[in-house]
Design a protein around this ligand. Sequence first.
Ligand SMILES: C[S@@+](CC[C@H](N)C(=O)[O-])C[C@H]1O[C@@H](n2cnc3c(N)ncnc32)[C@H](O)[C@@H]1O
Length: 229
Amino acid sequence: MVGEKKITVFKVGEIEVKLVKDRKIYMPSVATRLIAENLHDLDGLRVLDLGTGSGVLAILASKLGAESVVATDISERAIRIARRNAELNGVEINFRIGDLFDPVRDELFDLIICNPPMTPSLTQLHRFTWGGVDGRLILDRVIDGAPNHLRRGGRLLLPVVSLVGIGRTFRALLERGLSPRVLDYRVHPFGKTLYRSLNHLKSLPDSDYVYDHLGRICWRLVLFEAIKT
Ligand SMILES: C[S@@+](CC[C@H](N)C(=O)[O-])C[C@H]1O[C@@H](n2cnc3c(N)ncnc32)[C@H](O)[C@@H]1O
């Protein structure tokens, strides 16, 4: 316990990241884990974690040997909790509040990690999950801005849910001069919010989903690595 808050442990391989539980910020999800399991060889790298939430990926990057980690979020609460989490894990992260790349205006990184809010919905959901009507509101801004903040040879790690268009995302990365490839993927059943939006999802031209062996409707999540060549 830290004050009144309970602690949860996010484990990746041998590495543990302690996090205070907070229902008002985004706690690690399938997408967080997909990125976490694909974070390797960070020795000496300058890392940017965009939309850090609990700070889990920034803390993990630091534990994996990154030379420096900058972590940003538009939510003051998320940054407050993430700071606390960094202290709890004994790592130093440079936290900044602001809209996407605003807090890192002229800076270049070796690795940018971003798990953007991507849930498509006609009605506004919580900021940590809502990606606008087609789910691409934040995602497309990340793809637009990333090349200006990567050094040559630097990488963007970006999970993309099939509901917002995987092919469209691949093409957008190429158009920005990045060289994308798929590193990993997951298939996951719809939750209640998505079931309720099924008609809306069907109306989106780039949205797609699959059925698993139990006949459940599922989204696919693809992890792109896009290199600045
Ligand atoms: C899906 S959560 C990911 C959190 C964490 N990186 C993880 O993977 O567990 C998205 C995060 O982006 C933040 N966010 C949303 N819009 C943003 C913006 N325009 N600029 C910066 N952060 C933003 C949210 O507050 C939230 O913490």
